[in-house]
Design a protein around this ligand. Sequence first.
Ligand SMILES: Nc1ncnc2c1ncn2[C@@H]1O[C@H](COP(=O)(O)OP(=O)(O)OP(=O)(O)O)[C@@H](O)[C@H]1O
Length: 260
Amino acid sequence: MTTVVAPAAPDVRGGSIAIRGLGHAFGTVEALRDVDLDIAAGEFVSFVGTSGCGKSTLLNVIAGLLTPTSGTVTISGALPRRAYITQDDRLLAWRTALQNVAFPLELHGVPKRERLERARELLARVGLADAVDRRPHELSGGMRQRVSIAQALVYRPAVLLMDEPFGALDAWTREALHEVLLDVRAELGTTTVLVTHDVYEALSLSDRVVTLAPRPGRVLRDHSLRDHPSPRDLRSAALLDLHETIRADLGFTHSTKDTP
Ligand SMILES: Nc1ncnc2c1ncn2[C@@H]1O[C@H](COP(=O)(O)OP(=O)(O)OP(=O)(O)O)[C@@H](O)[C@H]1O
């Protein structure tokens, strides 16, 4: 799903996110408790944690789709443009890939020629230049997900929220999309929050990896990767050590280094 929330001045770059004393309960299920987190404008932060620890709930609160039971989320900028990508695409079945990608621009009155040009450019970046005229049912799951990613990026979001966007993709497509994401982020200064189960993915993309503890979900640790500039060698001793530390945060006791 891709939601574009609000238009903003064209020069908006990034948007900082301040989370204070955040808690959320679904009835008797306490999903989040006392989450305090600051994400700077332009920063790339990943949330990792075991299944059910509250990652999606936290992202949904940041997206404004859920009202927290307690605490606040403040995103800087008057009306920062936010885009949200989940694992399931929500493309419009009767529209071509090009028309789907152009759709957020259409909603905000961007002239037709410009919106189609931008949509075409984004589709080319995600490797779908040859599929612009196909409708969703004529695309594979991975291709549909790439259309969703292009649709999220076409609007040049100040804040990009992603919930397992690459989970269903093959390794090559995933790697290619990582590069697109890093390039777009470098160009636009987009503040990016990624929920992922893949610790390597988090380590290769992020400025910070935040681990969450379950029941109730809360911030366990906040690991900075500022000292590891991109592109990163995930086989370097320092990153393998950090991978182990994050696994230990999540309660895994067997080291991947022990695996023959
Ligand atoms: N709509 C809902 N109603 C009731 N409980 C919910 C609802 N959504 C989430 N929960 C519960 O809140 C907790 C956190 O769920 P959430 O989906 O945020 O976890 P997650 O870390 O994203 O999990 P996963 O990695 O498996 O996607 C879980 O115990 C879940 O069962």
